[in-house]
Structures are given as structure tokens and as C-alpha cells.
Design a protein around this ligand. Sequence first.
Ligand SMILES: Nc1ncnc2c1ncn2[C@@H]1O[C@H](COP(=O)(O)OP(=O)(O)OP(=O)(O)O)[C@@H](O)[C@H]1O
Length: 314
Amino acid sequence: MPQPNKAMLKDLNNTYITEENSYDEEEQQREHETLLASLNDEQRLVFGGVMDSIECGKGQFFFLNGAGGTGKTYLYQTIITKIRSLQKIVLPVASSGIAALLLPGGRTAHSRFKIPLNLQEHSMCDIKPGSMLAELLKETVLIIWDEAPMTHRQAFEALDRTIRDISSPEDPNAANRLFGGKTVLLGGDFRQILPVIAEGRRQDTVSAAINRSYLWDSCKFYNLTQNMRLRVEEKTFARWILQVGDGNAAKINRPMGSCEEVDVIKIEGKLMLETEENQLERLAASVYTDFYASYDDREYITERAILTPKNDSS
Ligand SMILES: Nc1ncnc2c1ncn2[C@@H]1O[C@H](COP(=O)(O)OP(=O)(O)OP(=O)(O)O)[C@@H](O)[C@H]1O
């Protein structure tokens, strides 16, 4: 009887790798074909670029830029199902738990890569060479990281150093390649939330963003521009959000002589919670209705969130 080789036995004992290899190839292939058939030209271009980088071992670093509704998640799903149908490993992560739940098999980046909470300029992830997680990373052909603009650049840099470090004993070239030669696809929208620096100034936020990293010089940039949402009210809302992000939304005129630097924009009444008192309690009660009856319902929790971009509740 043929004996399994050592590398195969090692993989079988690695629960992380076993878990990632447990997808049904045929089911993934079917799902992939359905998604692929409806990709628009912009999405197709990105799909081709990412697959080419993986298949030819180019190890490219990509950024997928696109406003809400332009089909980033849809495209990630198309790529993920393709890779899993080939019995290869892709690790989809997101900066926030909510976005991670939208990716099949997704996790938050901090939990997946053991990124330290107190990042410094030369931090590394807490992944020991030879550990199960290190072996999983070595086997991974693609990392997808959604909502990248809201994570501090030092988190990506820590992951870059860590993958080079754990891969280089077996592959000396890995030490000189971005992410040790792995293909990495970041995505998101710079108009949305940028890294939150507690009590930071504007320039602190700007210098923490991924586009200020040494990694950015090697990044291939893709843009999705077509809004793929079908419902009219969703399209209208998406258009308004885009105007807010671009600074073009209708503003409320400032009083004559005001030296205030920030603009005040008009928000439709139906999006407002009109209340003078107990504003935080009212907000929480309105977003999390029936919280105690529903807090352990995955769908209920996935569908709602309160964002506070300035890390300031007052
Ligand atoms: N090529 C496509 N064919 C059919 N439907 C699509 C396609 N691309 C996206 N969609 C649909 O459009 C809607 C928005 O897409 P998706 O959620 O992927 O956008 P997104 O860029 O991830 O948005 P957000 O940043 O708000 O999460 C979804 O309902 C999705 O199923």
C-alpha cells in the first residue's frame, strides 16, 4: 500500500489547513460559474489580473477601489469560489467583524493573523515559525482583505514582515518579496472610514493610511465605478453617500461671519433620529430594537451597527 508522505501527514494534522481544505470542490465550482457569468467588464478585469498573479506565481499586490455597491464583495466571492474549487487556500479577512461576516469563511484580519493591538513601526504578527498558522499561511495562495483603508498601515506592514520571516527558511527568495511572494488583494473605499487614531489630528489619520506605506509603491490599483445595486432607493442612497464622500452633498449655509472650518450637510428627515434627550440611549434602542430577545441571532447582529468615526461619543 502506498504510504502518505511526511508533508501530507503534517497537513492532515494541521486543523487550520484541514478546515480550509474541507470545501466541496464541485459546489464551489458551480457557485463560481454562476457568479463569473454575470461579472461586468471592470470586475472581469480584476478577476483576470488576480488569477494571473496566482497561476503564474507573480505574487502581486493589488488594491480594489470602489464605492459601496460597485460589487467588491461579489467579486471577492467569485475569486474565492474559484480558488476553493481548485482545492487551493484563500484567506478572506476584513478590518471589521461585520464586513468579515459577508465573506465566505471570512474572519477579522486581527484575529486571523494575530496582529498585535498595540502596533509599532517594526511590529510582527504573533505567528511562530513552524506553528499551524504559519504552515497555513505558507500554503495560502491569496489573501483578500476588505475595508483595508480603515486599518493602520502598520498592520499590513507587520503581516508583510511576518510572511517573509516564516517563508524564508524554505524559500530564501521570500525574504526579498512583498508578502513573501504571496498574492494579496486589498479592497475598500477611501471615502469611508480611515484608521481611527484616538484623539488624533487629521495628519495623524492621513499618515496611518495604507497609501502612506512603503507597500503602496508596489500596488496595482483597480477601480470599480459601476453601481450594481438594483433597487432604485438603494441607488439613490448610494449616489448621495458618494456625494458626501466627494464633498459635493447639499450643504446648510453657515451664518454670516462664521469661521467654522467644517461643512454641515443636509440629511433627509427619514435618516434622522429626532430627539433632544438621551440621544445615545435613543440611538441604541432604535438600531438594536428588542436587543435582549435577539442578541444571539446571527442575522440580527449582522444587519446592524453603530459607527463612530471619531472614536468620540460626545
Ligand atoms: N456582476 C454582478 N451581477 C449581479 N449582481 C451584482 C454584480 N455585482 C454586484 N452585484 C450585486 O450588487 C449589490 C452590491 O454589490 P456588493 O455588495 O458586492 O458591493 P460592495 O462594493 O461590496 O458594496 P459595499 O462596499 O457597500 O459592501 C449586491 O446585491 C450584489 O449581489
